[in-house]
Ligand binder design. Sequence first.
Ligand SMILES: [Zn+2]
Length: 262
Amino acid sequence: MTSSYLDTIRGFYPIAFCTETLEEEVLSYLRQTGIDPNEVVTANCVCSDDINEMQFPLADGSLPGPFFLGGLNGFPFGGLTGVQAFAQHIPDHGTALVYYGPHIGITEKGEIGKVRCPGHDQDSNCCGAVQAALEKISGATHQPTDLDYQEDTIVDLFRANRERILAARYPIQEATEVMYEAIDERLRLLIDQSKEQFKAKYLVLIGSVFINTDHGLKACIEQRTFRTTNLRTNVVTDHLELFRDYLAAGQAGDELLSIKRR
Ligand SMILES: [Zn+2]
């Protein structure tokens, strides 16, 4: 990624960084905190959009998983059943690692909510589900249907935050913030109500806005949450700043150093 494209992204997400080695860095960092990477099982709660599978290295193949908890735009449509099934897959002394959050595209030319997909000569909406829901709250009546219940859930979330979203300079960016908050809140509720099923020792929650880029370039994230819970003692540790410092200390290359400088 060129530095000018990264600067364009940081115009919208000031602490975004590239993710090419994200999982490697997360595991390396977690090892320092006493978590054995060999006993980590992952779940992804991200949008089912195929671009995310291509652009975000959230499971490098060395770990069991991922269990897919997310549906459109990363909302945890897997529900209690999904979270509890995932919980039961974790080794007794192992770690459950959940990556979660909404995604949004930013083109190299600086348009937010768009991305250039492979084989296309025009930009596409990204996330398409969010853009479609925005159109539904902006326009006339919308009839919910069982055939589109995930999208209807997003439409309901946006209706509840309609003024906030439509008053924003970039409604799709604000809608993505609404999604982050809703995903974070729902996921924590699902996990809280599934405590009995988690036999693991640690739970790691890493929440981010995932930022898609034009085809062929590395994707970025802006991390919002990085938290471990010792499920035996209920001690919660916030790693967000510590992980940023870890990356900025040079573990992830020169590009990430700029996080520290900002
Ligand atoms: Zn999407």
